[in-house]
Design a binder for this molecule. Structure first.
Ligand SMILES: Nc1ncnc2c1ncn2[C@@H]1O[C@H](COP(=O)(O)OP(=O)(O)OP(=O)(O)O)[C@@H](O)[C@H]1O
Length: 462
């Protein structure tokens, strides 16, 4: 584990095979306020930079075992933002220049004066400070130009504001996220926001719906394959996990992922590596997984459809998107937003729906959530009469539940048992609709136990 703690004192690693040189540099640098660590060869230095973070590395060019250039190449991934300065003796300047091409900041020629070393370090420090300021300014400009990534999410309700606040926090941690919520509540929109406002925000956002790819294609789509892996594999193909290397992958409907794929995904999360079909060796990748589900994964775990270990892995940072019926304050804002969107798209100027329609919309249970609202507004614009919103697009289906009980007992049925079953089936149906398929909440509304609801669902084939 790297120690990346903030340090006010600058840390420096001196790599030189000459003991006297290490000693002289150590004394001189410590006297000037640096915290010095020494390594007598490149291999030992690689080990050190893997474990610790250094602000500067002063590295001799010519050394036994591996030379300074080889050290630079082999330690590249571990050096991070360390500034490397090469020390070259007579005859190794060429190599020092090569090292600069490979990423070293500067070189100083041996023998050098103490001031020369200090001046080079000072220059490098100033450059680092300028770079950091530049990064900060770029970030501010980017945020000003593009916003934080959550602007497309419309809503003024306390619920959605809280969700966005949580999402903004979550975005800063480079960990997997599980986003739950009924279909159409905006899980993908929030995932995009998390990606955009994260450190990976400049990269392309990748998304896959696990339920929409046939099982037999899923593995090659996600993990890729090498030429000859199976009949028809006439070239290497990168999977989406590899394409998303360095970026974010949104896995929608993760609950639909077949069990064998769940094992493979767990490996991605644990080992940070993928194994393309037919490949001899695994490949290291660095992808941030944002998974979403409209199912209750705890239930899927209990039913044996979802691996518990994968669930725990994903369930570290979670975000729940409340259904639209639980944040009805958003309805008028969303309605205006979609009206503007489709007026712009179709070049129309359809007016906001008149009358007490908003009241009715607020009372409706919105099983398809924001997506349903968007579709209804779009239809209202398309079928508008002049500038008058087509009201039937909003009203259709709104009052279905109010038209009588909707429960039909066959004429002449005298068995109380059978009538009770019909009634039970209908009420369970209704409760499941009301909770968007969430069985534990449905059981609560129905005032029966969860296992009893599962039994009835099975019995009635719901
Ligand atoms: N708060 C919101 N503001 C604006 N548009 C929204 C909002 N929430 C959802 N939408 C829109 O509604 C549609 C559905 O959203 P999205 O695809 O993000 O939902 P989802 O929860 O991922 O759905 P599913 O589970 O079915 O994939 C999209 O067109 C999205 O842009």
């Amino acid at each position: 584990m790297k120690n990346n703690n903030f340090q006010a004192v600058k840390r420096i690693l001196v790599i030189d095979d000459e003991k006297n040189m290490r000693h002289m540099l150590g004394v001189m640098l410590e006297k000037n306020g640096y915290q010095v660590t020494s390594a007598s060869d490149g291999l030992q230095a690689i080990d050190l930079v893997r474990k610790e973070t250094y602000d500067f590395v002063l590295c001799d060019v010519r050394m036994p075992e591996i030379d300074g250039l080889q050290f630079l190449v082999q330690a590249k991934n571990s050096l991070g933002s360390s500034t490397v300065i090469m020390m070259s003796a007579y005859g190794t300047v060429e190599m020092a220049l090569e090292a600069m091409k490979a990423g070293a900041y500067d070189f100083i020629s041996k023998p050098f004066k103490v001031d020369e070393v200090l001046l080079t370090l000072k220059k490098a420090e100033e450059r680092e400070q300028l770079k950091a300021e530049n990064r900060e300014l770029k970030k501010i400009i980017k945020e000003k130009q593009e916003g934080t990534g959550f602007e497309p999410i419309v809503g003024e309700s306390a619920e959605i504001k809280k969700t966005i606040q949580q999402a903004q926090k979550i975005a800063q941690y480079d960990a997997s996220v599980l986003i739950t919520g009924e279909s159409g509540t905006g899980k993908e929109l929030v995932a995009k926001g998390i990606h955009k406002s994260s450190s990976r925000g400049n990269m392309v956002f990748y998304a896959v719906n696990c339920g929409s790819i046939p099982g037999e294609l899923l593995e090659s789509e996600l993990f890729g394959y090498v030429k000859g892996a199976f009949t028809g594999a006439d070239r290497n193909k990168k999977g989406i996990l590899e394409l998303a290397d360095g970026s974010t992958l949104f896995l929608d409907e993760i609950g639909e992922l077949p069990l064998d794929m769940q094992v493979k995904l767990l490996r991605v999360l644990q080992e940070k590596e993928i194994h393309p079909l037919g490949a001899a060796l695994p490949k290291k990748i660095n992808v941030r997984i944002l998974a979403a589900t409209s199912r209750t994964l705890e239930e899927e775990v209990a039913l044996g459809n979802f691996r518990q270990d994968l669930f725990y892995r994903l369930n570290v940072l979670t975000l729940h998107l409340p259904p639209l019926r639980e944040r009805t304050d958003d309805i008028p804002h969303l309605c205006s937003h979609f009206l503007r969107k489709y007026n712009k798209k179709f070049g129309t100027s359809v007016q906001y729906p008149k009358g007490d329609v908003i009241k009715k919309m607020v009372a409706y249970h919105w099983p398809g959530n924001v997506r349903e609202l968007e579709n209804r507004v779009q239809r209202g614009v398309v079928f508008a009469n002049g500038d008058d919103f087509a009201m039937e697009s909003l009203q259709h289906g709104f009052f279905q539940e109010g038209n009588g009980s909707g429960i039909i007992i066959p004429y002449g049925e005298l068995s109380l048992k059978k009538a009770q079953k019909i009634l039970e089936k209908k009420i369970i149906d209704r409760a499941l609709k009301k909770t968007g398929g969430n069985k534990s909440r449905a059981a609560h509304i129905l005032e029966i136990s969860y296992p009893s609801l599962l039994n009835k669902i099975k019995e009635y084939g719901i």
